[in-house]
Ligand binder design. Structure first.
Ligand SMILES: Nc1ncnc2c1ncn2[C@@H]1O[C@H](COP(=O)(O)OP(=O)(O)OP(=O)(O)O)[C@@H](O)[C@H]1O
Length: 266
């Protein structure tokens, strides 16, 4: 499902956090948003999800302004997994995923065998089948994160928005999750901190800096040594992966001498 942000800004306390962002994400594209801490990624993602109305500009989903879609319509099309998503502690793992079916239920369409099958399939997809009966509060951070993804997939969204989806995951599950999401073939917009993951999985990425999108394009065009230095303040070599992509090799900085030592404190 095509997503378009037209000159979208967000201002709070007279500070512009997202500044006239223009983006077009094609149906089926895996689109990454990268940028330093505080550059406006989460704020932009929440506007793309229709959760935060822009101060100016418009977000269009399939050509329709988000603001024209009712909450239920929106939830049937768009799923968002936020950074510190929480779920009530009294639920089991399976019940947490079942919440993803809520937008599809009504008095006329009560819980059905199809809902049951979708929930089972999504729990299975994220490798959590053995955990379904476990109480939520007894799960690890990574297990919860995988179930948050399963809950979002159980919504059967056409647009999936992910804010640092690999948080808490071990390396196998970081790579497995991004590969899985990519294989779904739906439109995905993901805020990613790991630039090598962005390079591996994204069709295109947008780089944010101080609320502005300063570059958009395929990873090898965008993740240049100069940009990594200018935007992220790191020294790195960008190498060709031999398959049309790239990977980044960071340079260890020279040793820095802290201006304080623990012994300085009485
Ligand atoms: N509700 C708010 N009120 C005031 N300032 C806010 C609010 N929400 C976000 N900000 C500020 O806006 C800026 C952008 O925040 P945002 O969370 O979008 O950044 P980010 O790029 O996602 O950061 P990170 O990588 O650290 O998650 C930050 O400086 C943040 O402190």
């Amino acid at each position: 499902m095509m997503l378009c942000a037209r000159d979208v800004s967000f201002t709070i306390d007279r500070r512009t956090i997202v500044d006239r962002v223009h983006l077009e994400v094609a149906a089926g594209e895996f689109f990454g948003i990268v940028g330093p801490n505080g550059s406006g990624k989460t704020t932009l993602l929440r506007m793309l999800a229709g959760l935060r109305p822009p101060s100016s500009g418009v977000v269009l989903l399939g050509g329709v302004p988000m603001t024209a879609l009712g909450r239920r319509d929106l939830a049937q099309r768009v799923a968002l997994v936020e950074q510190q998503a929480e779920t009530s502690e009294r639920l089991s793992a399976r019940q947490a995923v079942e919440l993803g079916r809520t937008p599809h239920l009504s008095a006329l369409t009560p819980w059905s065998r199809r809902d049951e099958a979708v929930v089972t399939a999504m729990i299975d997809l994220v490798g959590m089948a053995g955990f379904a009966a476990r109480p939520w509060h007894k799960l690890s951070g990574g297990e919860r994160q995988r179930l948050h993804i399963a809950r979002a997939l159980a919504q059967e969204p056409r647009l999936l928005l992910l804010d640092e989806p690999t948080n808490h995951l071990d390396i196998e599950h970081q790579i497995g999750l991004l590969a899985l999401v990519r294989a779904l073939g739906i439109t995905v917009v993901a805020v990613l901190h790991d630039l090598n993951h962005a390079a591996m999985f994204c069709d295109r990425i947008a780089v944010m800096q101080d609320g502005l999108v300063c570059a958009v394009g395929p990873p090898p065009e965008i993740l240049t040594r100069d940009r990594l230095a200018g935007v992220f303040n790191v020294d790195a070599r960008v190498e060709n992966d031999g398959e049309g992509g790239c990977f980044i090799r960071y340079t260890r900085p020279c040793p820095v001498h802290p201006r304080v030592a623990f012994g300085d404190f009485p």
